[in-house]
Design a protein around this ligand. Structure first.
Ligand SMILES: CC(C)(COP(=O)(O)OP(=O)(O)OC[C@H]1O[C@@H](n2cnc3c(N)ncnc32)[C@H](O)[C@@H]1OP(=O)(O)O)[C@@H](O)C(=O)NCCC(=O)NCCS
Length: 150
């Protein structure tokens, strides 16, 4: 039974998950989303998925619009990184977008975030443009916009 419970799986984020998810976010993001933002994502019916390995080890959030999707957030717990979970979460986000009929997936990423850029580029995302001063305090930075054609 335990082995089944602990088998990694990507499942929908539930309202009861947002405390753990925002705790994880606080560990990995220079400008973490609050619990309220995660709740709003669920209320807005964004595609919110968690990577479960017993505990929640990561999450991905995608908003869907006509013909396109936006990857809003993705993260893996610090002690679970470099195990392929980020890549699997990214694949999930892309699959959800494709199934919804999106033709392109967009995302913003900090130029300094080389790890995230590496998984996006490996997944086929291409640099599109720079958004000046996209990220505000406490860590102001431009954003790189990436897009993946589906
Ligand atoms: C970006 C992030 C989600 C990647 O998750 P992950 O589970 O570590 O990624 P994976 O194990 O699937 O790595 C896939 C590839 O990414 C690259 N990568 C991942 N971690 C890396 C690291 N520490 N250094 C260099 N490259 C790395 C590698 O190319 C790796 O390929 P490999 O398997 O050949 O090594 C994770 O680092 C994270 O949560 N970062 C903080 C939150 C964040 O920045 N989110 C993105 C906001 S835009």
């Amino acid at each position: 039974m335990r082995a089944v419970q602990d088998a990694p799986q990507i499942v929908r984020m539930e309202p009861g998950d947002v405390e753990v998810v925002s705790g994880l976010e606080a560990q990995v993001s220079p400008a973490p989303w609050s619990v309220g933002i995660f709740r709003d994502c669920l209320k807005a019916h964004y595609e919110c998925w968690v990577f479960r390995l017993g505990e929640i080890a990561g999450y991905v959030i995608v908003s869907l619009g006509p013909g396109e999707a936006h990857l809003l957030n993705i993260a893996v717990a610090p002690d679970q990184q470099r195990r392929g979970f980020g890549r699997q979460l990214l694949e999930k986000g892309v699959t959800v977008a494709r199934q919804a009929g999106a033709e392109r997936v967009f995302l913003e990423v900090r130029p300094s975030n080389l790890r995230a850029r590496a998984i996006y580029e490996k997944a086929g995302f291409e640099f599109l443009s720079i958004r000046k001063k996209y990220y505000g305090l406490p860590h102001p930075e431009d954003a790189l916009v990436y897009a993946l054609a589906l």
